[in-house]
Write a protein that binds this ligand. Structure first.
Ligand code: DSN
Length: 424
């Protein structure tokens, strides 16, 4: 049972929809018995789960607090105002919109606020750590705008700010997008802000991965330097699955109009309630200690994997994630992901800078520590997990070794229970 109460989830479903009840039960067990190292995932608190599953899912509330297109929004307004006020306090933002349904919707909202189709924007190449919505040719962003991509230096595997500025001077983008989904190093938002101002560009920081670190001062904040800051709320922030935009006051009205009615209809009020709960949690001192431990754990995990003989992209990490170059030892990211999955260690294959393999194969795997840190694991466990990862990667064709590692994974995870309390 790995520390999960069998009746943690509702007893209503078991009668009305046993198939979905079973799938949820299986997922609870999977999350509890495996080592979750996907850098963008986390385990929310029971309070966040409760708000997400609340009766606010029944409510239509198109509009904004005090200006709705539906009656009966008095408690919805309480929720949305609290979410906005807490987000402002957490990040020091001038203006906040908590309605975007996802990180992608948040980015769409900013682009539509300041760009016209065909305008030039600068974004980080996906294979260097960027995100699909930062201008990938298969994404709406790459189809709708003229995108110029920047990346990391070949020698350092860190963002090359000089090359980035050269691209800005050459292409005069209306918007510079800075932020990443697979970049283990600190981002110099101050310098990007200076580059943008020197060259007459606007700048948007997408902090989806590092929002939690920024909230507690464990990564420099983009707020003073960027016109817009977007984020998801479900990664290091440890809230419900959703998005948010923060911006300078001058863009607030236009941005709000783009989110609704421009892009979305009714907000997900139950999710906004859960966002408010997550922001309150992130304002507590325990959350800062949690994030500090996330970073220590990532550093230790990187060291342990390195000691097992694997190359860490850029030589280490400054945040919550690590990119491991497995292809330098002759295996692909896809093979590594499958073998680790069999051992109960969940990661995702990921391209590494200048990858020679396709995105479906890749030369690397991406690992992050937010979820395991939520479970209470510290450096001692990271050191063990790094060795277990090394054993699996060294023996991807040995079912015997993978099975042995799997037994150790089950034992280790059972010592760090997840969702112990029954809700019934
Ligand atoms: N898919 C997310 C991640 O895993 O980083 C980014 O949107």
């Amino acid at each position: 049972m790995s520390g999960v109460s069998s009746n943690f989830f509702s007893t209503k479903l078991v009668l009305s929809d046993p198939e979905i009840f079973q799938a949820i039960g299986n997922e609870v067990q999977r999350q509890a018995s495996q080592l979750e190292l996907i850098a963008s995932e986390n385990f929310v608190s029971e309070a966040v789960l409760e708000a997400t599953g609340s009766v606010f899912t029944n409510k239509y509330a198109e509009g904004y607090p005090g200006r709705r297109y539906y009656g009966g929004c008095e408690f919805t307004d309480v929720v949305e105002r609290l979410a906005i006020a807490r987000a402002k306090k957490l990040f020091g933002a001038d203006h906040v919109n908590v309605q975007p349904h996802s990180g992608t919707q948040a980015n769409v909202a900013v682009y539509m606020t300041v760009l016209q189709p065909g305008d030039t924007m600068l974004g980080m190449d996906l294979s260097h750590g960027g995100h699909l919505t930062h201008g990938h040719p298969l994404n709406f962003s790459g189809k709708m705008y003229h995108v110029v991509s920047y990346g990391v230096g070949k020698d350092t595997e860190k963002i090359n700010y000089t090359a980035l500025e050269d691209l800005v001077i050459e292409n005069k983008p209306k918007l510079i997008v800075i932020g990443a989904s697979a970049y283990p190093r600190e981002i110099n938002f101050k310098l990007i802000g200076e580059i943008a101002r020197r060259n007459g560009s606007l700048v948007m920081a997408d902090i989806a991965h590092i929002a939690g670190l920024i909230a507690v001062g464990e990564h420099p904040s983009p707020i003073p330097h960027c016109d817009f800051v977007t984020t998801t709320t479900h990664k290091t922030l440890r809230g419900p699955r959703g998005g948010m935009v923060m911006c300078k006051q001058v863009f607030g009205k236009d941005l709000d109009r783009v989110v609704f009615p421009g892009n979305q209809g009714g907000p997900l009020v139950h999710v906004i309630a859960a966002k408010a709960v997550c922001f309150k949690e992130a304002l507590q001192p325990q959350y800062k200690s949690y994030i500090q431990q996330v970073k220590k754990n990532a550093t230790e995990l990187a060291k342990s994997i390195q000691n097992s003989g694997y190359r860490i992209v850029s030589g280490g990490t400054d945040n919550h994630l690590i990119l491991v170059d497995v292809f330098s030892k002759g295996i692909t990211g896809k093979q590594a992901e499958i073998a680790l999955d069999k051992a109960g260690i969940t990661v995702n294959k990921n391209t590494i800078p200048f990858d020679t393999n396709s995105p479906m194969i890749t030369s690397g795997v991406r690992l992050g520590t937010p979820a395991l840190t939520t479970r209470g694991m510290t450096e001692a466990e990271m050191s063990i997990i790094g060795k277990l990862i090394g054993q699996v990667l060294d023996n991807i064709d040995s079912q015997e070794i993978i099975q042995k590692v799997h037994s150790r994974v089950v034992k280790l995870s059972s010592k760090f229970p997840l969702y112990q309390q029954s809700r019934t």
